[in-house]
Design a protein. Structure first.
Ligand code: SF4
Length: 381
């Protein structure tokens, strides 16, 4: 799985900078800190600078090219030696010399983060960026304003709880972020119950907030114990909730029991695009909820429509096609997928126009899909 990364749940890792400050008990044996010290970098702590990684931008371009060539989506973990949502910190080069304002293009980590958000993410459609942070309350502070309304489909926001207390706190903070979300429950230090109610006056549980769960115990000389029953609990709860589950390790020494050797990933857009029609039929039956963000009819009599849609297939939030015809905009009230009497699947989209306040129903059946998963709509009411 990991081509350039030793981390099993990603294809690649990339770091905009090195350095961080410890946040909670999960950081006690931070491997990144140990590694940075070993190579002589003094870059950990609130009073220390961060080391800029200059070649990361060419790496992103290379990752994108490779994934595009293979017509795949590759996961990129950003980053293993940093926390991307840390507050802006001053930058130094690999010898510890500071980059200063006015003399260098970049002199703090916030500038690197902005460049990544504004230049790399939009230009990397074949990469799925996994932005893992122990500071999820900072995400909305630092992402581009436009992402709050329209989160990029090639970014997953993640956080790392290690105990029930950190799970309750960090997952609630993560849930404030619009977009795909995941957990890396690592290094897990005690039993965590993700079926715990979220303290937000709804009946949702913690697991309802995320689209993927990675779990693992600690490795290394100072590893703390992991109970495989903690793994079974998350495995079973993820199954109940239909959330993909990835069990990474007990401690990298002990063999993973067969019943825990589950390594699921959220489905990627390209994987969906590559599905054959017959496979699509099976997938469609699993389709639970579709949210069309905007729908534009080509003309009043047309039987076709193009749209911008977000639809959820096996945990994947996917994109539709946006028409540039401006005349008829509809807002969606409800979407459902149902099975017809002949066994075929259909998606029914209930919409109302924002100009005429009229409800229409669009039925979409299997035959309306072509091999590339473009959809055609038929106005039936
Ligand atoms: S947040 Fe991550 S990189 Fe930073 S100290 Fe903790 S474990 Fe290390």
């Amino acid at each position: 799985m990991a081509e350039n990364s030793k981390i099993e749940w990603t294809h690649h890792t990339a770091n905009l900078w090195w350095g961080c400050t410890k946040v909670h008990a999960g950081c006690d044996n931070c491997y990144a800190l140990t590694f940075a010290k070993r190579v002589g970098n003094d870059i950990w702590g609130n009073d220390k600078p961060r080391r800029m990684i200059k070649d990361v931008w060419s790496k992103f371009r290379k990752f994108q090219k490779e994934a595009e060539k293979q017509n795949e989506v590759h996961r990129v973990f950003v980053g293993s030696m940093m926390d991307i949502f840390e507050k802006p910190m001053p930058l130094v080069d690999h010898d510890g010399n500071p980059y200063s304002e006015g003399e260098s293009e970049f002199w703090n980590t916030g500038q690197l983060r902005d460049k990544f958000f504004n230049e790399v993410v939009p230009n990397s459609p074949n990469l799925m960026f996994l932005l893992l942070t122990k500071r999820p309350s900072n995400i909305n502070k630092y992402i581009p304003e436009s992402w709050k309304e329209n989160p990029p489909k090639n970014v997953m926001f993640g956080t790392s709880p290690v105990s029930q207390e950190t799970a309750n706190k960090l997952i609630l903070q993560l849930s404030e972020v619009n977009g795909l979300r995941f957990l890396s429950v690592e290094p897990q230090l005690e039993k965590i119950d993700l079926m715990t109610m979220v303290n937000d006056e709804t009946d949702r549980v913690l697991l309802d907030m995320v689209d993927w769960v990675i779990q693992g115990g600690e490795s290394g000389h100072h590893r703390r114990p992991f109970d495989t029953d903690w793994g079974r609990l998350l495995r079973d709860d993820c199954k109940k909730k239909g959330v993909p589950f990835f069990f990474k390790q007990i401690d990298k020494k002990l063999e993973i029991p067969q019943d825990l050797l589950i390594r699921e990933f959220p489905t990627t857009k390209t994987e969906i695009l590559n599905l054959k029609k017959t496979e699509m039929k099976t997938k469609m039956k699993k389709l639970k909820c579709v949210t069309v963000e905007e729908l534009r009819v080509i003309n009043d009599n047309s039987t076709k429509a193009k749209f911008s849609a977000t639809y959820d297939i096996d945990g994947l939030i996917n994109d539709g096609i946006l028409s540039d015809i401006p005349d008829f905009a509809y807002s969606v009230q409800l979407c459902m997928v149902h099975e017809n009497q002949d066994g075929s699947s259909a998606m029914r989209v209930y919409v109302s126009t924002n100009t005429r306040f009229k409800s229409i129903i669009l039925d979409m059946t299997e035959k309306d899909y072509d091999g590339l998963f473009k959809m055609k709509f038929r106005v039936v009411a």
